[in-house]
Design a protein around this ligand. Structure first.
Ligand SMILES: NC(=O)c1ccc[n+]([C@@H]2O[C@H](COP(=O)([O-])OP(=O)(O)OC[C@H]3O[C@@H](n4cnc5c(N)ncnc54)[C@H](O)[C@@H]3O)[C@@H](O)[C@H]2O)c1
Length: 250
């Protein structure tokens, strides 16, 4: 049996980076995936080449949009066995700055997607998931530790663990597991294009922060999420799985 055989799984932020890799990796492990993203065309492009996949526009910061997307997924699949809540944005389009200089509008923007958006998705998914069901949320190493200049992003990602842990304990006896992956730096447009645009050389410097001496490929995060969603992780809930080349072990 393939690791995700028979599973119907939605992925948010599926148009790019880790989410697009997850759609491919979950499909390769036997799942049917629903690619959700605020970028509807990008999500459709990812889904178009994956057997059994569908796509829908979904803005995770908008409860109406999330409800409509989940309705569409369940209408198409007849069930929902798992969710990878991965949509997220960086702070200030990739700019790092001291806490006292971060514009409030930037703080609000990152919280709206990374934390409030996750809350909205969890509220919509939990009552509708099959049991057993499983959810994986994308945190960050910044769910566990700090980095200079990233107060808003780190606050949002620390919040991801709060939601993950409470959702896990609330639903442990109900057959739903909820976990988080905590990536280190990953080779996606977030790092390679936007962080790099504000701080040339950032991607190369980020590689040096990791004991493995490199950043991750998005598929390496997706493989960890695939395992957490699968029945092979049947006694794992409320966990924060660092996928960070040893960064938080230092
Ligand atoms: N790249 C990294 O180094 C890194 C490290 C740790 C954690 N993360 C986290 O991984 C996740 C994915 O990031 P990525 O690196 O693949 O970035 P990315 O920019 O390549 O992809 C993010 C996707 O999320 C979508 N998105 C943004 N706002 C949305 C919204 N309101 N509703 C729905 N979709 C929305 C974007 O359209 C995009 O397709 C994020 O939660 C990010 O915080 C990334």
């Amino acid at each position: 049996m393939m690791m995700l055989g028979g599973k119907h799984i939605l992925v948010t932020g599926a148009a790019s980076g880790i989410g697009a890799a997850a759609a491919r990796v979950f499909t390769a492990h036997g799942a049917r995936v629903a690619c959700l993203d605020i970028n509807a065309d990008g999500a459709a492009e990812v889904a178009a080449v994956l057997p059994g996949a569908i796509s829908a526009r979904c803005d995770v910061s908008d409860p109406t949009s999330v409800a409509a997307a989940i309705d569409a997924v369940i209408a198409a699949f007849g069930r929902l066995d798992g969710a990878f809540n991965n949509a997220g944005i960086e702070q200030s389009r990739g700019r790092m700055m001291p806490l006292e200089t971060i514009p409030l509008v930037d703080f609000d923007a990152v919280m709206a997607v990374n934390l409030r958006g996750l809350f909205i998705c969890l509220q919509a998914e939990l009552p509708r998931l099959s049991r057993p069901g499983a959810i994986v949320n994308t945190g960050s190493v910044m769910s566990a530790v700090a980095a200079p200049g990233l107060a808003a992003y780190a606050a949002s990602k620390h919040g991801v663990m709060g939601l993950t842990r409470v959702a896990a304990v609330d639903h442990a006896a109900l057959g739903i597991r909820v976990n988080a992956v905590l990536p280190g730096a990953v080779a996606t447009p977030m790092i390679l294009e936007r962080a790099e645009a504000h701080a040339p050389g950032y991607a190369a410097a980020a590689a040096g922060f990791h004991p493995m001496g490199r950043v991750a490929a998005p598929e390496e995060i997706a493989e960890a999420a695939a395992w957490l969603i699968s029945d092979r992780a049947s006694f794992v809930t409320g966990a924060a799985l660092a996928v960070d080349g040893g960064l938080t072990a230092v």
